[in-house]
Design a protein around this ligand. Structure first.
Ligand code: GDP
Length: 421
């Protein structure tokens, strides 16, 4: 796999059982990216059973089995490449916290493949994921109309599903220059090779469409922002916060500040993959050591930034949210838990400023009394404990959040403005 190629974070989204995992397996299989030990195991098993060679189905069974046992291969974080790009699959489709992860972005996806089963069409999670993709600023969507084998590769069915998805994209104002591809993740139609079963289709295969995605814009020149995942004490080194650099660079010798804990110092060492490095860049997972910082001075949810341009801490902030699922209505005073980067903080919806029409993006109502599922709104939020968060227009990586209540994600949002403490 060439790391020289430009990188893309890809999300595979869509309703449960529409074929996301199967598609990921198929993409890895077709690009020769299935982990070697899985292939080996299959060769052996297939030979034992007297079935020469090995089939895609076996590989899928194995991936599924390993996933169930929760051991090694997670469908997420798998990598494959096309001629032009190398892709990392972000987030695990079907994972319980998939929606939350998609929002708080363990790693934010640049583009996404939306899987829609031809025999089912647009389903509730198709809608939910498209809403999210739009709210969170996914650049491009490629639509895989999957399970074409189940509908006898019918062009009519493909057109019907395409039309249904186009309506949905229109509702959320997603670009209509979207590529729709009739595929079978299971049989392999139109993934790597053009399928004879869909002679009526003359568009690109899925891998061609992925290869044709626009290059991801280079990261902004935003200052360092490194949300803290955990804080360890390591003998011989001392306190070691760990986390992923979202923006900017972390440099040995620089002065950093942790917010909202409001402590700081000079970076002494940075470690990545068990090696000391002088600098860490966006995407790097690091452990580092800061002069004078003890284990109890900082915590998960803090954000590390330059001492002269420290992370913002919000007294209140204004945000645009989309309510995905709430059993009743949301009114001012509602105080659910907000998940933003690595922080989880109870926040109060202080004011519902405006209800927004998701189709036009225009204000539908000023100061509504309540909002409910399917509504988009601009709201004023007051964190109940200090929270570091940034306007998404300035630092998108630190500007989105999920709102969780009763064990589920009920809304997602982007920060418009921060009123700092
Ligand atoms: P996910 O929940 O979206 O990840 O869906 P899975 O990948 O687990 O697939 C759900 C079911 O649909 C499984 O039984 C798959 O074998 C089946 N499936 C997935 N893709 C196809 C396809 O292209 N054709 C057929 N016939 N079955 C498929």
């Amino acid at each position: 796999m060439s790391e020289d190629k430009p990188h893309q974070n890809l999300a595979i989204i869509g309703h449960v059982d529409h074929g996301k995992s199967t598609l990921v397996g198929r993409l890895l299989f077709e690009t020769g990216s299935v982990p070697e030990h899985v292939i080996e195991q299959h060769r052996e098993e297939a030979e034992e059973k007297g079935k020469g060679g090995f089939e895609f189905a076996y590989v899928m069974d194995n991936l599924a089995e390993e996933r169930e046992r929760g051991v090694t291969i997670d469908i997420a974080h798998q990598e494959f490449d096309t001629d032009k790009y190398y892709f990392t699959i972000v987030d695990c489709p079907g994972h319980r916290d998939f929606v939350k992860n998609m929002i708080t972005g363990a790693s934010q996806a640049d583009n996404a493949v939306l899987v829609v089963a031809a025999d089912d069409g647009v389903a509730p999670q198709t809608r939910e994921h498209v809403f999210l993709a739009r709210t969170l600023g996914i650049n491009e969507l490629i639509i895989g109309v999957n399970k074409m084998d189940v509908v006898d590769y019918s062009e009519d069915t493909f057109e019907e599903v395409t039309e249904e998805v186009k309506q949905l994209l229109k509702q959320v104002r997603f670009s209509d220059e979207t590529t729709f591809i009739p595929i079978s993740a299971f049989e392999g139609d139109n993934i790597a090779d053009r399928s004879e079963n869909t002679s009526w289709y003359d568009g690109p295969t899925l891998l061609e469409a992925l290869n044709d995605l626009a290059e991801v814009e280079p990261p902004t020149d935003a200052p360092l922002r490194l949300p803290i995942q955990d804080v360890y004490t390591i003998s011989g080194i001392g306190t070691v916060p760990v986390g992923r650099v979202e923006t900017g660079t972390l440099d040995v010798g620089s002065n950093v500040s942790f917010q909202p804990s409001d402590v700081g110092g000079e970076v002494k060492t940075i470690e990545m993959h068990h090696e000391e490095v002088p600098q860490a860049e966006p995407g790097d997972n690091v452990g580092f050591n800061v002069r004078g910082i003890g284990k109890d001075d900082i915590r998960r949810g803090d954000v590390c930034g330059p001492a002269d341009d420290p992370p913002s801490v919000a007294e209140t902030f204004k945000a645009q949210i989309v309510v995905m699922q709430h059993p009743s209505v949301i009114t001012a005073g509602y105080t659910p838990v907000f998940h933003a980067h690595t922080a989880q903080v109870a926040c109060t919806v202080e004011e519902i400023n405006q209800k927004i029409d998701p189709a036009s993006g225009e204000v539908a109502e000023e100061n509504p009394d309540f909002i409910k599922s399917g509504d988009a709104a601009v709201v004023t939020i007051r964190p109940q404990k200090p929270l570091s968060i940034e306007p998404s227009g300035e630092i998108p990586e630190l500007g989105s959040f999920a709102i969780r209540d009763m064990g589920q994600t009920i809304a997602a949002g982007k920060v418009l403005e921060v009123n700092e403490r």
